[in-house]
Design a protein around this ligand. Structure first.
Ligand code: G
Ligand code: G
Ligand code: NA
Ligand code: MN
Length: 251
């Protein structure tokens, strides 16, 4: 209840913040992009995870406004970061199921790109399988319009739901993000993961592994020709200032 009361004022009171987790090329170990992750700094409850407030925001109709803020903030930050450091990092933004069902999403993405000057090919939208199956026909149409705008599309959390390969054929996705529960930390499942990576490559997709915490897991993924990786081994999600420090150190 306290969350609900605070949610509709959180935007105007500037209580939201984005943190950024680097995404690394597993071949060269260079940073290729960043994932924008939302945080709510609640005045009494402290920092609240999106897992707690995104579902509530969707239910109460706040997700459109919050999603718009995230898109603009992520594009603006990436554009400035790239300009300041002479980089061409991709920024990945998470899109919720409710956002994907609204055709306003396409216009908002275009507005965020125009407002920030970020090249469309440097914006990647992360969509979960569960969001896609809520209304497949509508999702498909919106994804095709986003594709036409030049934006990259990633299927997020792959390995947690049905993980149907048919979605990879039906929807115009460029990137498959393997969920960290799928990767595991002991290397045991990596034969299966390797086969999945090969299949994704055959379909023309690039593969990103999430939740890499150990060098052993990183090496297995490198052997499996996984394209990129994200995880605590490289960096946690970082506030902008810390990200800039990390980039300076990683260069
Ligand atoms: O950042 P992690 O620390 O806790 O994120 C938890 C979950 O919240 C993840 O599933 C992530 O995809 C989701 N999430 C993070 N930021 C956003 C956001 O800006 N919008 C939406 N819809 N989900 C987000
Ligand atoms: O659902 P999505 O993949 O968008 O969410 C990413 C989530 O994974 C965020 O909550 C982020 O903080 C978390 N995360 C990122 N890297 C790691 C990691 O190496 N280990 C664990 N346990 N969580 C991670
Ligand atoms: Na995500
Ligand atoms: Mn993700």
């Amino acid at each position: 209840l306290q969350l609900e009361a605070g949610l509709h004022r959180a935007l105007e009171q500037r209580q939201f913040e984005l943190v950024f987790q680097p995404r690394v090329d597993l071949g060269t170990l260079r940073v290729r992009g960043i994932e924008a992750l939302l945080r709510w700094n609640h005045p009494e409850l402290g920092r609240i995870s999106p897992l707690e407030f995104i579902p509530l925001a969707e239910e109460r109709g706040h997700i459109e406004a919050i999603g718009r803020w995230v898109l603009h903030e992520a594009c603006r930050t990436a554009s400035q970061l790239n300009a300041r450091h002479g980089l061409a990092l991709t920024v990945s933004v998470n899109v919720s199921a409710r956002q994907l069902r609204s055709s306003a999403l396409v216009d908002e993405v275009l507005a965020a790109l125009a407002g920030s000057g970020l090249s469309p090919r440097l914006l990647e939208l992360e969509i979960t399988e569960s969001a896609l199956i809520e209304d497949m026909a509508q999702s498909e149409q919106i994804l095709h319009r986003l594709k036409a705008a030049g934006v990259r599309l990633a299927l997020d959390d792959f390995g947690t739901g049905y993980s149907s390969l048919s979605y990879l054929k039906r929807f115009p996705v460029d990137v498959l993000k393997l969920d960290r529960s799928f990767i595991g930390q002991d290397g045991a499942d990596l034969q299966f993961v390797g086969a999945l990576i090969a299949m994704a490559h055959a379909l023309g997709l690039s593969v990103v592994a999430e939740g890499i915490e150990t060098p052993a897991v990183m090496r297995s993924l490198q052997r499996g020709a996984c394209d990129e990786g994200q995880g605590y081994l490289f960096a946690r999600p970082l506030p902008l200032g810390d990200l800039e420090g990390y980039l300076a150190g990683a260069a």
